[in-house]
Design a binder for this molecule. Structure first.
Ligand code: KE4
Length: 431
């Protein structure tokens, strides 16, 4: 495959954009280095790079592109929004209509505030939890990623872990000291953390289904225990649903029907445009300015283009059979990958939830961040490049997921599985 133009664009980009990427996750540092592929357009299930190569896309831009790229209904709605003014700086009817729609789908969102990214949503929801409880410490789970605000760049998954820096430089010890991190799925560690600090935690932050050290689901009873402990110690339970909201069903992931106090959303609800949202119980959200003392603001918040893209995306997801199709495709991929890895004796484990999964290289179950760390990153990197050479685009990190989309066809899945089998054959030579 010819990547010549990608290399040239990366060299040019590095002279102006730090690292040549606008998000470290996009670098190829975690898959052996070299120039990332530069894409210049996408349509449906496909990405097209600057060398004219086409790829079947399972990156889905790290989640938002669930309806496929350049989806006609989304494009049309964004065009209309732009034609009527891209940013009005005032309340608009559209944001209210969308907020009502989100509340209809996720009744826990008694009150909502739109922001512009998942990071902003999580940063804001932590501030609200601290304002409401009067406490300052937060408890998070190792490997969960909640954006790049200082407070949550501690033992963070996704990009920080991919690049080997789960605790970022530039976060003062005084901030890091406010964060207690424990292993996911570890109830005894959670109980011990609260026994030691019964009155200090403002909130527990959790990805109810993890997407940032690969897909990892809560063990039976885990979320119920988190809920029980949060209630016992009057600590707020915050669900980070930036990946999961509308990914697995039309609404919140609703794992085990455990109710959070606050929630953060992003990605899919923006339909591919910048967005975030946070919300939850009215009594808690009334801490937020202008009603209460917790300040949060944003020039672009609730902008018509993002709102219309999000509403159009939900129009598509609301179609009957959407989530069944996404899950069916993921099941076909999971079964096919397992068959090929087994045929070529490649140690592997696959964690799938609905239409998303992670292929780990290793023969142990992955139930925690440490389990994910212990998987074979070199084999992942080799597999990643083998697939890229065969026109299949995955996230360049062993800590991310494969995402199916409405746009993928059965033929795409079959072509993907052919590429998987040839890639596994090549891996066999390495082990
Ligand atoms: P953004 O600020 O990137 O919109 O959202 C931050 C965020 C918050 N919470 C969860 C559960 C998330 O997964 C994310 C962002 N996800 C990563 C990939 N898993 C974004 C990719 C990137 O950083 O480029």
């Amino acid at each position: 495959m010819n990547f010549q133009q990608s290399k040239l664009w990366h060299e040019r980009a590095k002279d102006v954009i730090i690292g040549g990427v606008n998000s470290p996750s996009r670098s190829f540092k975690a898959v052996g280095g070299g120039s990332p592929v530069t894409m210049n357009r996408a349509e449906g299930a496909y990405l097209y790079d600057v060398d004219g190569n086409r790829y079947i896309d399972y990156l889905a831009a790290y989640g938002p592109i669930i309806a496929g790229h350049a989806q006609p209904h989304i494009v049309e709605q964004v065009h209309k929004a732009m034609a009527d003014g891209s940013l009005l700086g005032t309340p608009t009817p559209f944001e209210t209509i969308f907020a009502e729609r989100l509340q209809m789908a996720i009744p826990e969102l008694e009150r909502i505030r739109f922001v512009n990214s998942g990071t902003e949503a999580m940063m804001s929801v932590i501030r609200v939890a601290r304002a409401y409880t009067g406490r300052s410490k937060i408890l998070k789970f190792a490997g969960c990623y909640h954006g790049h605000a200082d407070l949550v760049l501690v033992a963070a998954g996704s990009g920080p872990s991919s690049l080997g820096v789960p605790d970022s430089a530039g976060v003062p010890a005084s901030i890091a000291d406010e964060v207690v991190t424990i292993p996911y799925n570890d109830i005894s560690a959670l109980e011990a953390a609260f026994a030691m600090r019964p009155q200090e935690f403002a909130c527990i932050l959790i990805e109810p289904v993890v997407g940032n050290f690969g897909i990892v689901t809560p063990e039976p009873g885990f979320l119920e225990a988190v809920r029980r402990i949060a209630t016992t110690y009057e600590t707020l339970l915050v669900y980070d649903e930036v990946i999961t909201a509308f990914r697995f069903r039309f609404g919140a992931v609703k794992c085990n029907a455990v109710q959070p106090d606050l929630m953060a959303l992003g990605k899919i609800i923006g339909g591919g445009l910048p967005i975030g949202a946070y919300g939850g119980k009215r009594a808690i959200m009334e801490q937020v300015s202008p009603l209460g003392p917790a300040y949060q603001a944003g020039t672009l918040a609730g902008n018509p283009a993002s709102i219309h893209a999000g509403m159009a995306c939900l129009d598509i997801l609301e179609e009957p059979g959407t989530y069944e199709k996404l899950e069916h495709q993921a099941k076909m991929l999971e079964n096919g990958i397992h068959a090929s890895a087994t045929e070529f004796s490649i140690p592997h484990t696959i964690n799938r939830y609905g239409g998303a999964f992670t292929l780990f290289f290793g023969d142990q179950p992955v139930r925690s961040y440490q389990d994910a760390v212990n998987t074979d990153g070199n084999l992942f990197a080799a597999f990643f490049h083998n697939m890229l050479q065969r026109h299949v685009c995955l996230a360049p990190s062993k800590y991310e997921a494969w995402f199916t989309t409405i746009a993928h066809s059965d033929e795409d899945i079959a072509n993907t599985l052919s590429a998987v089998r040839e890639s596994m054959r090549e891996l066999h030579r390495l082990i």
